[in-house]
Write a protein that binds this ligand. Structure first.
Ligand code: ZN
Length: 196
């Protein structure tokens, strides 16, 4: 079971426990919601092949993007690679994911630079592991940028459409000091607009 699957199981178990407790103590559903981890409220969405989920946060000079990508969308399978061709697909995908500046392009005027990134490649790397019980798996990528002229940041071009041809759309949630927004970015447009 992947770390992610374990985390989900843990959340499910915690919620089951909470709901049991709620019946006993009459805890309001609002309180129950507020106890859920922020991650599941932000990036978590249904696992659909061809669809990536993206959570964008702007805070002062920092821009943070958190992608959740079905492995099927990255390489066409959702288990550890078995053949040499699959290993090559996995290597190519991992190389792109480790080069975040080739996947996102914020407005040049905002003068953003990548200051850190974190990749959980799920089953694409490491020793062969059995696929998750439900047969699906996601890779997650978090990219942190520092933007010298954050006021100039209006759009982020999602170049990952070029890197991953199976990607059809990105479901984004954006939180900036100006507000919150949801946006669907399709392959044809490729550009995420931030709240004005
Ligand atoms: Zn899947």
């Amino acid at each position: 079971m992947s770390t992610r699957a374990q985390a989900r199981t843990l959340v499910a178990m915690t919620l089951t426990g909470l709901m049991h407790w709620r019946r006993v103590a009459g805890l309001s559903s609002l309180a129950l919601l507020s106890l859920m981890p922020a991650h599941s409220a932000l990036a978590g969405g249904a696992h659909t092949h061809g669809v990536a989920h993206l959570s964008v946060t702007v805070e002062a000079t920092q821009l943070r993007l958190e992608f959740e990508l079905p492995l099927d969308t990255l390489v066409g399978f959702e288990r550890a690679p078995r053949t040499e061709a699959e290993r090559e697909s996995a290597r190519a995908a991992l190389a792109r994911l480790r080069e975040p500046s080739s996947l996102i392009k914020p407005d040049a005027g905002a003068q953003c630079r990548v200051i850190g990134s974190e990749l959980d490649p799920s089953l694409l790397e490491g020793p062969a592991r059995p696929a998750a019980a439900q047969g699906h798996a996601d890779a997650t990528l978090t990219v942190q940028l520092e933007c010298a002229q954050m006021a100039q940041l209006r759009t982020v071009e999602l170049l990952l459409f070029d890197a991953f041809r199976r990607l059809e759309r990105v479901e984004a949630q954006v939180v900036t000091p100006k507000g919150q927004a949801k946006a669907t970015v399709k392959r044809a447009a490729k550009t995420l607009r931030l709240p004005k």
